[in-house]
Design a protein around this ligand. Structure first.
Ligand code: GUN
Ligand code: ZN
Length: 437
């Protein structure tokens, strides 16, 4: 890692100035063919045409020039289980079967802090290789899993959100806490990690079937007592899960209402999946300012259904949506693969997700969803300097195909379909070089 300080990156740069779900692509994107991004103390101090900014640059600031490259804000993964990396790509029949046979087995190993620490290292290295600089991360029920994750993220200077999973029923005994121990352990983790450097805490009841009403009430109390903390959980991923929730919570109006009545529907709530939601759900999510993490590779892998992005983003009440991998239900940590599958899922649901919209959902749109707009997600003064450098000649096919593109949006489309970790030439987090290919 290079030390944080002053540095400047030069190359073609792309960032969003508006939401491409709400305005035409040309108005949403800001593209600079030869940009200079000036970084000081971990933040972007200036970003604009190199010709204009170079003369103002102090002589002692080194400029790194990236040719045939594209500089973007770092990618965001809004829902991922770091403890499931050891079972990524394990065959499963459906969500509930896969949870029982793989996820709940793998997570038991995280009682061992050594396993948690080693996995956190591999996970974060892999995120950075994919250009992912921020993620909303589930630990396991073991507080030490989150302890290990935050420690590893802090060492790398990353902006990360994470929390201990709360589960007091319907899981193996070794993975159960109680309403009280969940509350106590979460509270201690919040005191130690929330707001420390670039880290934030997410109260993390796994999903309604594995928490008693008392535990969901404890989660609500934690949110009340600690303003600024997040809530992350799963919502409406599969029909079987939804039917199970209806049996467990017969008094609730529906799945979302289970969370709402326990004080878990807030502006800082991130609901994973939301594949099977109705207009009334979208309206309540919009009114609360809550976010949905769309996990296309996971939904395809587990056969959970096709997320309806057009419903989510309806202009009269656009819900904040971010892309997410949901590893290990998801089959990749790559945001290229995630955008690729988001496009295909949208096609199945009757919507043509534009390349600009896909990149928005992985960068600035995701920052908005996580209530971090102005902090991350844009190449703009004041934002933290989380930057990914894409190599436009990363593979022979990319080097040949990209010059044939007629427009910037074509370039983005080709990157979505043909790009992978080979295209991530460098990743900067908080102004530090944290990955170089
Ligand atoms: N629902 C509850 N837990 C999980 C999980 O770990 N992965 C996925 N995809 N869905 C869940
Ligand atoms: Zn998940």
């Amino acid at each position: 890692m290079t030390p944080a300080g002053s540095l400047a990156l030069r190359g073609a740069a792309l960032s969003f100035v508006a939401d491409p779900f709400l305005v035409p692509t040309e108005e949403a994107l800001h593209y600079e063919t030869d940009a200079l991004i000036v970084v000081r103390d971990g933040r972007i101090e200036a970003c604009g045409a190199a010709a204009a900014l170079l003369p103002t640059l102090p002589a002692d600031v080194a400029v790194t020039r990236y040719r045939n490259a594209l500089l973007l804000p770092g990618f965001v993964d809004a829902h991922v289980h770091f403890a499931q990396l050891p079972i990524i790509a394990a065959f499963g029949k459906s969500l509930l079967d896969w949870l029982e046979h793989y996820a709940f087995v793998a997570e038991q190993r995280f009682a061992d802090p050594g396993v948690a620490a080693a996995t956190a290292e591999v996970f974060l290295d892999e995120c950075l290789r994919q250009g992912v600089t921020t993620a909303a991360v589930y630990g396991t029920v073991h507080p030490q899993s989150v302890e290990a994750f935050f420690a590893a993220a802090e060492r790398r200077g990353l902006r990360m959100i994470a929390g201990k999973v709360l589960m007091d029923r319907n899981a193996p005994a070794a993975l159960l806490d109680t309403a009280q121990s969940a509350y106590d352990a979460s509270k201690a983790l919040i005191a130690r990690w929330h707001g420390r450097g670039r880290l934030a805490y997410a109260v993390t009841p796994r999903f309604a079937p594995t928490s008693s009403p008392a535990q969901l009430a404890a989660a609500g109390a934690l949110l009340q007592e600690h303003p600024g903390t997040y809530l992350q959980t799963h919502l409406a991923e599969t029909p079987d899960e939804i039917a199970w929730v209806a049996r467990l919570y017969p008094d609730a109006r529906d799945y979302l209402d289970v969370y709402a009545r326990h004080g878990l529907l807030t502006r800082r709530s991130i609901f994973g999946h939301g594949v099977h939601l109705a207009e009334d759900d979208w309206r309540r999510l919009y009114d609360a300012g809550a976010a949905v993490a769309h996990c296309p590779t996971s939904n395809n892998f587990l056969g959970s259904g096709h997320f309806r992005i057009a419903d989510a983003k309806r202009a009269a009440r656009p819900v904040r949506v971010a892309l997410a991998t949901d590893v290990g239900g998801g089959s990749t940590l790559s945001m290229f693969a995630t955008m690729n599958e988001a496009y295909k899922v949208a096609r199945h649901a009757g919507f043509a997700l534009s390349p600009a919209q896909a990149f928005w959902l992985a960068t600035r749109g995701a920052a908005q969803a996580l209530d971090l707009d102005g902090t991350i997600g844009a190449l703009a003064p004041g934002n933290e300097a989380d930057i990914v450098v894409l190599d436009l000649a990363a593979t022979p096919l990319l080097a040949w195909r990209l010059p044939l593109c007629a427009s910037l949006e074509d370039v983005l489309g080709v990157l979505i379909m043909l790009g992978d970790d080979r295209a991530v030439a460098a990743t900067y987090a908080g102004g530090r070089l944290v990955h170089r290919r």
